[in-house]
Design a protein around this ligand. Structure first.
Ligand SMILES: Nc1ncnc2c1ncn2[C@@H]1O[C@H](COP(=O)(O)OP(=O)(O)OP(=O)(O)O)[C@@H](O)[C@H]1O
Length: 315
């Protein structure tokens, strides 16, 4: 009888590594996106910038979420890692069961071509100006050697830009261009769409149309959608908004329909596995909380109090 692998004393190094990876993967279970203690350090001219410092994120298949945060908080760094363009310094990043740290170059190319689709803020980065909308959508299918058929027209129709099929990119409005960009991103049936400030260059009405198109893609095709944005209007239209601060997930706002059909939004602080949470800076400032706080366990909550003043002479 074969010995049980994890009891045998003479495991090879690669078996031990595989074992360690299996244990780590327990966080987030088989969620569609799992970032566990993700770290990204940039080194430029001897200076280190810690862009992500132990970020945790779990996104289920078919979710549509917004990622918000101040400039420099690490949103684009996260998106670049999830898109397979950048590799984290440490931690775990898994999308659709694929490990983004240990992926081979060949798998990375396949991942970028057919597992994930992206939409950037600048339309010039999404579309080729000398092709018309249909040709732009067909291009990724051609590169992947896929049959084209009616898919390009169907996607353009679904996103409300069917009438733009024969037009070149400069002959369309900014909102139409971004909706065509969504069709391009969907061309190879990706499981995940990543959008970096997709409405950043648009007015609020046009932004609404682009956002509706992302929602349609999410609902009709079941594709998971992650949108990085500064736009508070966008984050009001998703079920879950994840806030990033200083390279870590710090808050989550969940939206649900109330009993009267009204939208109820509740903001939560994110608690990590060892019990750390970030208090909102304005709460800390309001009560002059610095360095240390007092905690008190009550029957149904934990109280957080400013540290006591130095003991007075009275006692
Ligand atoms: N290639 C790089 N080299 C060095 N530092 C970088 C690099 N890219 C990002 N950074 C730094 O990492 C931190 C996070 O940057 P990131 O672009 O992810 O933030 P962001 O939240 O997307 O900001 P914004 O909303 O302004 O786009 C910042 O301090 C930034 O200066």
């Amino acid at each position: 009888m074969n010995p049980t692998p994890n009891l045998t004393p003479d495991l090879t190094l690669s078996e031990l590594e595989a074992e360690a990876t299996r244990k780590k993967a327990a966080f987030g279970g088989d969620a569609h996106i799992v970032c566990d203690n993700l770290v990204r350090i940039y080194k430029t001219e001897g200076v280190e910038v810690v862009a992500l410092q132990g970020l945790d994120l779990v996104v289920d298949k078919g979710e549509l979420i917004a990622v918000v945060g101040a400039s420099g908080s690490g949103k684009s760094t996260l998106l670049n890692i999830l898109s397979g363009l950048d590799v984290p310094t440490a931690g775990l990043a898994r999308v659709a069961g694929m490990d983004l740290l240990s992926m081979t170059a060949k798998d990375r190319l396949r991942y970028r071509r057919s597992v994930v689709g992206f939409i950037w803020q600048q339309t010039a980065r999404n579309l080729l100006p000398y092709l018309n909308a249909r040709e732009n959508v067909e291009l990724p299918m051609k590169l992947a050697g896929r049959a084209r058929g009616q898919r390009a027209s169907e996607l353009l129709d679904m996103l409300g830009v069917g009438d733009c099929a024969g037009r070149r990119i400069p002959e369309m409005s900014g909102g139409e261009q971004q909706r065509v960009a969504i069709a391009v991103a969907l061309a190879n049936e990706p499981q995940l769409i990543l959008a970096d400030e997709p409405t950043g260059e648009l007015d609020s009405e046009t932004s609404g149309q682009v956002f509706d198109a992302l929602r349609t893609a999410n609902r009709e095709l079941g594709v998971t959608v992650v949108i990085v944005t500064h736009d508070p209007l966008v984050s009001e239209q998703v079920d879950r908004t994840v806030g990033i601060r200083d390279g870590r997930t710090s808050s989550e706002t969940l939206r649900r329909e109330g009993a009267e059909g009204e939208i109820v939004a509740e903001e939560y602080a994110v608690l990590d596995r060892v019990g750390r949470l970030q208090l909102p800076r304005d709460f800390m400032n309001a009560l002059n909380m610095e360095r240390r706080v007092r905690l008190e366990l009550e029957s149904d909550h934990i109280g957080v109090w400013p540290a006591r003043e130095e003991p007075s002479d009275e006692q």
